[in-house]
Design a protein around this ligand. Sequence first.
Ligand code: DGJ
Length: 734
Amino acid sequence: MSDQARPDVVHLTAGGVSLVLETSEDRLPSVVYWGAALGDLTASDLGELLRSSHGPFGNTRFDVPERVSVLPTPAEAWIGRPGITGSRAGRDFSPSFTLAGSHPVAGDEVTAVGRRFDAVDEVAALELSIEIALTHSGLVQLRSTLTNRGAQEYQVDGLVMTLPVPTRANELFDLTGRHARERVPQRAPFGVGIHSRESRQGRPGLDSSFLLAAGTQGFGWETGQIWGLHVGWSGNQVAYAERLYNGHRVLGAGELLLPGEIRLATGESYTSPVIHAVAGTGLNEVAQRFHRYLRSRPQHPVAPRPVLANTWEAVYFDHDLDRLIALAERAAEAGVERFVLDDGWFLHRRNDTAGLGDWIVDPAVWPNGLKPLIDKVDELGMQFGLWVEPEMINLDSDLAREHPEWIFRAGGRAGLPSRQQYVLDLGHPEAYATIAGRLHALLDEYDIRYLKWDHNRMVVEAGHGPEGAPGVHEHTRAVYRLMDELRERHAGLEIESCAGGGGRIDLGILDRTDRVWASDCIDALERQQIQRYTQLLLPPELVGTHLGDAEAHTTRRRHHLAFRAATAIWGHMGIEWDLTATSPGKRAEVRRWVDLHKDLRPLLHTGDVVVGDHPDPAFWVNGVVATDRSEAVFGITCVARPDTFPPGRIALPGLDPDTRYTVTPVAPADHLPGGTQLPAWWDTGVTLTGHVLHEVGLQMPAMFPDFTHIVRARAVGDETVDHGGRPASPATKE
Ligand code: DGJ
């Protein structure tokens, strides 16, 4: 909504969020307010809001009122990190933009409302256009484009966008991690200075900031006010929180550009990645805004996510047709619907030292090609998927021998190997065409419905040949182009984004992929955390969650099947385990868990993810509640030795307070450890209102570490219950 009577104030509102922008005196838009929806505001309300927002000046650093635009510059009295850095060989380094025009952008199924602002600096000969949209789910999306109108080249060193957060946002939150331990949350006070999270590894990384947020002290999943952002880009990037001594607090983000990476000739433009900004109450609302946005996109997968089997931890590089057929048969018996052949199928790829780049089926291992395996997989009623790593190259490959000049090099050096591999420069048109040609040929020859697209090393010293200019930006765009091209030419093709586990999970790659591999770690205990925080951004149907071996390959920790399976059922489920080495009894158990997942799948893959704040960090409560609040499923997990035994009452969040639900345990009955003491309601179920289930909670069985209880809540009856605190809502009933 924009108010015609006040053309210098724009009130955008959607999904329970308001963003009020000011452009008075033809300056770049600055945020007057961003947060929970303010309701209908008249022109006079907006005028008063503006008046009440401008601080006094006189004793300020500059003799103008301070206003922080979404692309702040020193020319508007901003002394923090500038929105634009760059120069024309040392000149025009401090642009001052004047608004030339602004117009609304029409909404669609994703965007509710948007606005574009065009600005110009005649002296620096630069044009700037800023696009700001609000999705139906309440995400603010920002992007800017800089165009060089001067006669000489303009070098862009950075183009970041910022949003202010209020003073009460005094606690910072973001994520970090490492291989097989992604998405570790960290918190810090929002002190004066810059907390900057930078990725210079050509991908967001296993330690990606993922979501950088500022919130009210001690905010949790259910409580506290939070403002955060995510960079929708799969290359180098920066996300930062900056507090100035005089009280300004902003969150900012953009692409991290290497020196000289973007040099605009006359008339050329650079467009920043989309910054996704989120405001909400508790991390639950933050996550739900991202999930609803992703689910509203036309390309979001809607067909039931097929349970898959992945061969990696089952056979590694030991590709043998008979062994793989036996594995496929066991997988089909277990209810698997997609069989994915991982690393090891292509030329000379007997281990991880050779073959990357040669995307041709190795006749030494597959004398009749992949057809016998694919036919068998098809006969067993499953789809076939294949692992690739198109951006990588081993020196021991035919491609590297033929075209060493396509490998990234800086300063005449090949740089450091990582996992014995180097990075192929897809910004090279011939390299791009060769890799695209080989992938098209595979997809044309075989019925491959799914590519697991891996990316196992960091992209550093990425010099584009022959002169060695920085090439990460172009390479990232080429990867996007290649994925888009493959999906366009091979209808229905799905792609999984993997990068040595969860190293490339961002909303840029998600525009052209259907699943992410959250981590190489399938240890159920580690996975509880990895999945919980990956779901801050992604809904469960996009997150690969696998059932692995009893002894986790990455941690050597052992867990019983019930815990491993009760952890794997929550996302896009898969099995990554040598089922041929298991007993028929064990496989029957696996089948029951897969059946449970399929039974819950429609709810898990459409509902709202909720996490409960439990005072004892040993207890983790995760749930998914149907968007109409008619049903829900909760997992109550004991991740450490608890303070209390049994756990006492556990609150179930996210239900409709005015609806009665019957709660029953749903996990296969034989999974409880011997001697488990059960609460009175366990065998019969219990019926209570959503309000009571949240405010009072339910007694749970005694719980040992590394154990999950799964309970399901279904709405009953047709009357609406008034829980006493507020008017009854028209809840949907079963
Ligand atoms: C790393 C991935 O994360 C694994 O799942 C597996 O695909 C290996 N690469 C294969 O090399």
